[in-house]
Design a protein around this ligand. Structure first.
Ligand SMILES: Cc1ncc(COP(=O)(O)O)c(C=O)c1O
Length: 363
């Protein structure tokens, strides 16, 4: 009976299974020292300025937040070089991905995604009753040539994670431009740049230029990663005026909390914290590459704050064994690589602990 009430698209949705929180692992395994290197969170934590700004506005939470994110939007607009109307703030970039679905997808539209995409791309397409067109990665990278081959009359959206989660690889500016030329005006590319601050490759796309040129590109970024505000849920997007206006229409009122707005604004003023985070990441990457090589494990060189490791055996089993030693990494059948897990680059002591546990597990 109930089945008849539920939209068919909803019955096709798969529940999201997040990584286990530290507290749960401690409780279940009776451990008191657990580290989480599973969700690409910044081990340094938020800027002290952000923490102070949050404290200061706690007394204001009696009131609804600023619906327009006035100050934050202006600050972002100024930094990015756009008018505020082209900037969109959401409850994490996840919410903006959801809004993109609401604003642009109809039943029958096609959405280009990788065969094992970041979960929200799939979720949003399915929720809106669109058809998902899956294109396999090639050597861990988006294969934009193959994706372009799959463009058809009904193609409406293409989701590109750049750097890609979970592989940490990037597409280049030139590859992206060629793909956009092939797509033309009929569709929109969602360029998910959640980890863009970490990318060091000079060929990384100049995505804001593409927005300025008036291309059909929506650039998404977040405060969850380098700014270490994942628990607050706040991200932003930039698009040409017409696309931004459509997205603004589907935005829920008061979608971003007062505390999140204050923390994000203060974070933008702390360049030092970003620098420190990048330094820790660079150092951690170097250490982990070296140790993984010593363990004779293959890994994918990363442009983000996580590494995709091929452990050469059932990764779920390896992750379970690491968990028993108090180290949470992410292995997931949805990655599409059964012998790979993803590990977030931590602080030096965390990285050492992960490597020591991994050595034990592989021995
Ligand atoms: C590729 C990618 N996009 C988007 C997000 C979501 O970020 P947010 O916390 O801003 O919703 C994540 C989070 O892990 C991600 O890995």
């Amino acid at each position: 009976m109930t089945e008849k009430l539920v939209r068919p698209a909803i019955t096709r949705l798969k529940p999201y299974i997040p990584g286990k929180p530290i507290e749960e692992v401690k409780r279940e395994l009776g451990l008191d020292d657990v580290i989480k290197l599973a969700s690409n969170e910044n081990p340094l934590g938020p800027s002290p300025r952000a923490v102070q700004a949050m404290r200061k506005c706690l007394k204001d939470v009696r009131l609804y937040p600023d619906n327009e994110c006035y100050h934050l939007k202006r600050k972002l607009a100024q930094r990015l070089g756009f008018p505020p109307e082209q900037v969109l703030v959401g409850r994490g970039s996840d919410e903006i991905i959801h809004m993109i679905g609401l604003a642009f997808l109809e039943k029958g539209d096609e959405v280009l995604i990788p065969s094992h995409p970041f979960v929200l791309y799939e979720f949003t397409g399915t929720l809106m009753d669109a058809e998902l067109v899956r294109v396999p990665l090639r050597e861990y990278r988006y294969d934009l040539e193959a994706m372009a081959e799959r463009i058809g009359p009904r193609t409406k959206l293409a989701f590109i994670g750049n750097p890609n989660n979970p592989t940490g690889t990037i597409i280049t500016h030139d590859e992206l431009v060629r793909f956009l030329d092939r797509l033309g005006d009929q569709g929109i590319v969602v360029l998910d740049e959640a980890y863009y601050e970490y990318a060091e490759d000079a060929a990384y796309p100049r995505s804001l230029e593409l927005v300025k040129e008036g291309r059909n590109v929506i650039v998404l970024r977040t405060f969850s990663k380098i700014y270490a505000l994942a628990g607050l849920r706040i991200g932003y997007g930039v698009a040409r005026p017409e696309l931004a206006a459509a997205l603004a229409k589907v935005r829920e009122p008061f979608n971003v909390s007062t505390v999140a707005q204050a923390a994000a604004l203060a974070s933008l003023e702390d360049g030092f914290q970003v620098e420190r985070s990048l330094k820790i990441n660079r150092r951690g990457k170097k250490y982990l590459y070296r140790e993984l090589k010593r363990l004779k494990l293959k890994y994918v060189p990363t442009e983000a704050n996580f590494i995709f490791v091929d452990c050469g055996r059932d990764a779920l089993e390896v992750a379970r064994e690491l968990l028993r030693r108090g180290v949470i990494v992410r292995a997931d059948p949805a990655f599409g690589y059964p012998t790979h897990f993803r590990v977030t680059v931590g602080k030096p002591a965390q990285n050492r602990r992960f490597i020591a546990a991994l050595k034990e597990v592989l021995a």
